[in-house]
Ligand binder design. Structure first.
Ligand SMILES: NC(=O)c1ccc[n+]([C@@H]2O[C@H](COP(=O)([O-])OP(=O)(O)OC[C@H]3O[C@@H](n4cnc5c(N)ncnc54)[C@H](O)[C@@H]3O)[C@@H](O)[C@H]2O)c1
Length: 430
């Protein structure tokens, strides 16, 4: 195929993902990607992207609905709106003839995942899902060790997703993903990534699944003595509360604006994070609410057990209750095991009776920013597909290979709500 760079893109939703993650790739790879059109109701965000990337005014729309009602304006549409908007924007963009980069989750209902699959097929368009972890060097190293066969055949994989106490409070108690009816159930919203890499590492579809989990802690009955409705409203429990908003957004040495952090999560409270704007947001906005007095309903811990079609056993545990975020993975194989810690960026490959190989992913000389380097590499591969090779790479997160994670999530959630009874994936796929 003749090279057709730059690939032109139309970005729908200029939030944390659309503006702060994917649009930036037009600066990093200007010869490969050009932003041709954008859609965003928030004027400040829309104008910021218009000015930074030179998007013509008549190519700046207030909504994705408006943008996709026009004839096709670019090669690929990046769908970066909130979870429940994905299906509407994805189907409209496909019908207008765009290929897609689609943020996860694909959609929040099984029938909507199927609708997107059918529409993509009918229109002959490709859809790449932002399961960015598959592109992160950390996961590449694990997958390559399995493929080389030096640890034998995979028998079991255990994955632990540590959401982290403040990330849970920020996104899943106070923030955008706190309620299922406004976003998605926790396993789909947060862990479709984990289910996706379990499918990818095992190389198997799931045969059956069971799950337990609950919203154990962030409930009104766990509020400490003297807790106020807002952290800044004279809360008597403030000093000893790790979830205190002033600690998270002002003073924490990694996340607080006073420690110099003007990126995530502070930039979710204000487009211009300063001590004054963050204080204002904590005093009046949703991120200053007591974590025991929010309208949240998604779980804070969940376990999922999977039997894959070849008998491989996979297990995922997700929990809010860890000091930091990150993922740890153990692959137990017939001739060795692999232990990997994404927070430390270390992968240990341990053939039975042989010498352990310890790989420090941080020393491989790869960019690890944004989901361990996954965000940028996803876009790079997408641009190569559309601008050069014309076909997806083997590990690419196509809709076909990404949907399995969602089917497992829907089945696991069904199990969790049904007291943990096993669900046959056959019944879900039919
Ligand atoms: N792949 C990942 O690892 C990853 C990480 C975080 C979030 N996400 C997903 O990415 C998506 C976006 O998340 P985010 O954090 O950027 O959210 P966000 O709320 O920061 O951004 C969404 C943007 O869409 C805009 N919007 C609302 N209605 C619109 C419409 N009709 N047309 C166009 N734009 C509209 C909003 O104003 C907002 O700016 C979510 O589905 C989220 O679950 C994925």
């Amino acid at each position: 195929m003749k090279q057709q760079y730059p690939v032109t893109v139309a970005i729908c939703g200029l939030g944390s993902r659309g503006k702060d993650t994917y649009a930036k790739m037009a600066q990093i790879l200007p010869e490969k990607m050009r932003i041709a059109a954008v859609a965003e109701p928030d004027e400040e965000k829309r104008c910021a992207v218009r000015d930074l990337y030179g998007v013509p005014e008549d190519m700046c729309f207030h909504t994705g609905e408006e943008m996709f009602a026009r004839e096709r304006l670019a090669d690929v549409a990046f769908i970066c709106t909130q979870d429940r908007q994905h299906v509407g924007h994805a189907v409209a963009a496909l019908r207008a003839g765009y290929h897609l980069l689609l943020e996860k989750p694909i959609a929040v209902a099984m029938e909507d995942v199927r609708l997107i699959e059918r529409t993509a097929q009918e229109m002959g368009r490709s859809v790449v899902v932002c399961h960015v972890l598959r592109y992160a060097p950390f996961f590449e190293v694990i997958r390559a060790a399995i493929e080389r066969g030096e640890v034998g055949e995979v028998a079991c994989i255990q994955a632990l997703e540590h959401v982290g106490y403040w990330h849970q409070a920020h996104s899943f108690v106070r923030g955008n993903w706190r309620r299922e009816d406004e976003s998605a159930f926790m396993l789909l919203a947060k862990c479709c990534h984990d289910l996706d890499y379990l499918v990818w590492l095992s190389g198997q579809r799931c045969a059956r699944v069971s799950s337990f989990g609950s919203l154990r802690h962030f409930r009104p009955e766990h509020a400490p003595e003297g807790a106020a409705a807002r952290c800044t409203a004279g809360c008597a429990a403030k000093d000893s509360c790790p979830y205190d908003a002033e600690k998270i957004y002002l003073t924490n040495e990694k996340t607080g604006v006073l420690a110099g952090n003007t990126g995530w999560p502070c930039n979710i409270l204000s487009q211009n994070p300063t001590e004054a704007t963050i204080r204002e947001a904590i005093e009046h906005g949703p991120y200053g609410r007591c974590v025991y007095a929010c309208d949240n309903d998604v779980v804070d811990s969940q376990i999922v057990n999977m039997e894959m079609e070849d008998g491989t056993l996979c297990q995922l545990m997700m929990t809010a209750f860890s000091a930091h975020g990150g993922r740890t993975i153990r692959v137990m194989s017939t001739r060795g095991s692999i232990e990997a810690d994404m927070n430390e960026n270390i992968v240990r490959i341990m053939p039975f009776g042989g010498e352990a190989q310890v790989i420090d992913v941080a020393k491989l000389g790869r960019d690890l920013a944004g989901h361990g380097g996954g965000d940028g590499r996803l876009v790079e591969e997408l641009l190569t597909m559309h601008g050069d090779t014309g076909r997806p790479t083997a590990r690419m997160t196509t809709l076909q290979s990404s949907a399995e994670s969602h089917y497992i999530a829907f089945a696991a959630e069904q199990s969790r709500r049904n007291g943990g009874a096993a669900v046959e994936m056959r019944s879900v796929r039919e």
